[in-house]
Design a protein around this ligand. Structure first.
Ligand code: NAP
Length: 325
């Protein structure tokens, strides 16, 4: 993206890119250590994936569960309380080499920092069908909590066999009259508890061994074209709405060519949360294709902030006057 750069800010200790559980936990730790981190929260994506989640039942310390957006709002307040500066803009350019890193936001503001923590998370995976983007917002969605309300008494399908797909399906039963989970295998990837809840819900049915090959509809999604992965038989499933929940892809576009990525495209880290560039750390879903939980992202954010702190301390610069390590 071409941006007009405005005057660069003074060099700060830490800039954090991303504001999900990883980025904001890193902000809490870095701020509490007196580094006054700047957090580029993102314009629309601030708060990360939990902003479009409902009940989070497995974050430690909330026996009754907590709403995803409430958890993120609390984390934000906690980070600000210790002096983190949250900026509601997207980072559009990162230059991570050298002792002082440069970060440009969508308004052209330039931030400079000795350490950067990349916590850009992941984006919804797409099916890769021609009609997917055309019908996005016209019956095709990646977010039941955002769009489920529009499907009152309608028939909808959810593609995917993981926890996300079942969470979406269960949420959609509040509105839709029928929810069909379309999965490409005959066995779910989802956890046992989610699978049981979905199986017990009378509004939810399953289409097993079914690959989506097309989405029909001129102005709105009207039907799914399916192929049986065992018999190769083709069929059409009429519907009013389609929710795609087939996982996520790491958001690494800003660091391509700078940071080492693994075969699946996630940022490689180690030891700790260190990347291949000195002073650059990464945490959360952008490094993790295994655990991908709010609590593991938060833990990695803590590690990244401590690693950044060790790095800054090793530079032997004078300690910050507010440090309370
Ligand atoms: P996931 O576990 O990777 O599952 C993705 C699902 O989509 C799989 O069933 C996969 O099929 C299917 N899929 C992938 N690409 C596809 C394609 N091109 N066409 C059709 N189907 C495709 O992702 P997730 O469900 O988003 O979960 C990610 C992580 O977050 C997991 O660790 C999960 O436990 C966690 N999570 C937890 C909760 C909760 O506890 N309430 C809620 C949401 C997510 P295959 O099975 O055949 O590979």
């Amino acid at each position: 993206m071409a941006v007009t750069e405005t005057k660069a800010e003074a060099v700060s200790d830490i800039v954090i890119v991303g504001s999900g559980p990883a980025g904001l936990t890193a902000a809490v730790y870095a701020a509490r250590a007196g580094f006054q981190p700047v957090v580029l929260e993102g314009a629309l994506g601030a708060g990360g994936a939990l902003m479009t989640t409902t009940e989070v039942e497995n974050f430690p310390g909330f026996p009754e569960g907590v709403q995803g957006p409430v958890l993120m709002a609390n984390l934000r307040v906690q980070a600000e309380r210790f002096g983190a500066r949250l900026v509601g803009e997207d980072a559009v350019e990162l230059a991570l080499d050298g002792p002082v890193k440069r970060i440009v936001d969508a308004e052209g503001r330039v931030y400079q920092a000795r350490a950067v923590i990349v916590a850009t998370g992941s984006a919804y995976r797409r099916l890769g069908l021609a009609d997917e983007d055309r019908l996005s917002g016209h019956g095709v969605s990646w977010c039941a909590t955002c769009d489920g309300f529009f499907f009152k008494d309608k028939a909808v399908a959810v593609v995917g066999g993981g926890d996300s797909a079942l969470e979406e399906a269960l949420f959609l039963t509040r509105f839709a009259r029928q929810v069909v989970v379309v999965h490409r295998r005959s066995e779910l990837r989802a956890s046992w508890i989610m699978a049981r809840r979905a199986a017990d819900n009378p509004k939810i049915t399953f289409r097993w061994n079914s690959q989506v090959t097309g989405i029909r509809g001129q102005l709105r999604a009207e039907a799914l074209e399916l192929r049986d992965t065992i018999t190769q038989e083709r069929s059409v499933l009429p519907l009013d709405g389609l929710f795609i929940a087939i996982g996520h892809e790491p958001r690494t576009e800003l660091v391509q060519g700078q940071l080492d990525l693994d075969q699946a495209g996630y940022i490689r880290v180690g030891p700790g949360q260190a990347t291949n560039l000195a002073g650059v750390f990464a945490c959360g879903d952008v490094v993790d294709h295994t655990y991908r939980q709010a609590v593991t992202a938060a833990a990695a954010g803590c590690r990244a902030a401590l690693d950044a702190q060790f790095y800054l301390t090793s530079l032997d610069l004078p300690p910050h006057p507010d440090a309370i390590v």
